[in-house]
Write a protein that binds this ligand. Structure first.
Ligand code: SF4
Ligand code: SF4
Length: 115
């Protein structure tokens, strides 16, 4: 793994193992203009789906690779794109820090979520 200490995202992947990653079904590649692989989701409602593995929360997203990188980075859904490692003022995302503490992630580990 390439080490980049300046990358605000430490590539720990804990956000991909904690949240239910739910989003509008229009993002699925089975829909016009969609891009998220439809075979990787579970249906929640007629309009909402979530990444398989995250249905109940505290589950590992099916797209998270063993090296903690996203296996569908270019096709990841909106919640993943919208979860920032840095806030608008340049500070670390407190949710990110909370999760890393919860999962006892070694802050010396660094990387990038891009596959
Ligand atoms: S956004 Fe935060 S919690 Fe998610 S992989 Fe990056 S450092 Fe880890
Ligand atoms: S789609 Fe990729 S970025 Fe989103 S939760 Fe799954 S592994 Fe993480």
């Amino acid at each position: 793994m390439q080490i980049d200490i300046d990358d605000p995202c430490r590539g720990c992947g804990v956000c991909c193992q904690h949240f239910r990653i739910s989003f509008y079904q229009g993002e699925l590649d089975s829909q016009p203009g969609g891009f998220v692989p439809a075979e990787l989701v579970s249906r929640l409602t007629p309009f909402l789906v979530c990444m398989k593995g995250t249905e109940a929360g505290d589950g590992r997203c099916i797209a998270l690779r063993p090296d903690r990188r996203c296996g569908i980075y270019e096709k990841r859904p909106t919640p993943c794109r919208d979860f920032p490692a840095l806030m608008a003022d340049g500070s670390r995302n407190p949710e990110c820090l909370r999760l890393r503490e919860l999962f006892s992630v070694d802050d010396r580990l660094s990387g990038c979520v891009e596959a």
